[in-house]
Ligand binder design. Sequence first.
Ligand SMILES: [Zn+2]
Length: 293
Amino acid sequence: MIGRFAPSPTGPLHFGSLIAALASYCEAKTQGGKWLVRIEDLDKPREVAGAADHILKTLETFGFEWDGEVIYQSHRNPLYQEALNQLQAASMIYNCDCSRKEIADSADHGIDGLIYPGICRHKEAIRTPSASRVIVDSKPIFFTDAIQGSIEQTLAQDVGDFVLKRADGLYAYQLAVVVDDFEQGVTHILRGADLLNSSPRQIYLQQLLHYPTPEYAHIPIANNANNEKLSKQTLAPAIDGSQASTVLKQALAFLGQDPPMDLVQCNPTEILQWAKQHWDIKKIPHQQSIVLS
Ligand SMILES: [Zn+2]
């Protein structure tokens, strides 16, 4: 069993990312597994200088210990290109030079932005630079999420052919995450439910690349009083290392684990010890989001 926590270094850790770290850590550690940390820093323009180091230091302050070395996606382009070449050899990708406007003029809205209508699938001459898209089909993708239950999605109808490498050369999140999880031997993916809609795309890529499909569990995301996901954009406050015990207890309560009142008297390492001993994934609320009170 190998789990992982994969933050993007776009700012300091906030409560929303802490619950994903805590839940993935407990789920892996209670089963005697490994817990990996991967920094998802593909999108360099969005990265905040020093944020990756700050995240790792905060994890340490909160008592987390990861297994092995921290992986940085920005160092792994050759692996992503190799996977892209494999899909190219299988004739599963094509180049696309559509502008945003061209797509917007002819596409409907799907579950995650516009459904790409396949404009460039059969186009003869493609301008450069161009993006690479993977060809999807109409066969429904099913999986059972350990928290959210049965999930079904039909990529052709809900998403359309999606981008694996952007015209500016950046590898897409969907490709990188699938390659990394496979390369790192990840067997259990536990993350926020905002990524639930991405899982069928990732399962589809695993199938095309002949990778095994891991187990999935999507925890509810933490929303602020305006029912917006905690994030840098919604000005979520950084979690406070000097209040680590209180924040960890709040995170365990958010995850339905019923921590006792006096747990806040313990240090972070002791709290994580308690969390591992009492962890029960079945107690996590079967919701996609919860407003923080
Ligand atoms: Zn196109």
